[in-house]
Design a protein. Sequence first.
Length: 131
Amino acid sequence: MFNAREDHVETFYGFTYEEYTKQTGCTWIAIQNEIAYMKEVRYNTQVVISSKTIDVQDRTAKVEILMKSLDEKTVHAVLWVTVIYFNMKTRKSEVHPEDIKETFNKFYVDLIQKDFQSRVKFLRSQNAKNS
């Protein structure tokens, strides 16, 4: 799911983490993952993976990644990844540069559910409605 996020960012925004790290010496490091498996996915089943930025702070950001059925009516899994902006040379976190914060905020989605368990409960209820 996280690899799909990186592919989305490159495909839709022309941004590659590798190139950014080469240019700036900084990258984002995952510091926390929260995942809930909601509906079985059988081997070789095609799915849709979508991702969005759901929180932006000075040093961290949070991304939600959903794995859904092809018709997008069923959520199979939800992943929240918290990342920290990290300088590879100094080996310390840094504050996001203003241009990065502005870019994140352009694509920021303000979810009604502010904590992971509430979000999972909401998505499970949506699955029940759609089944």
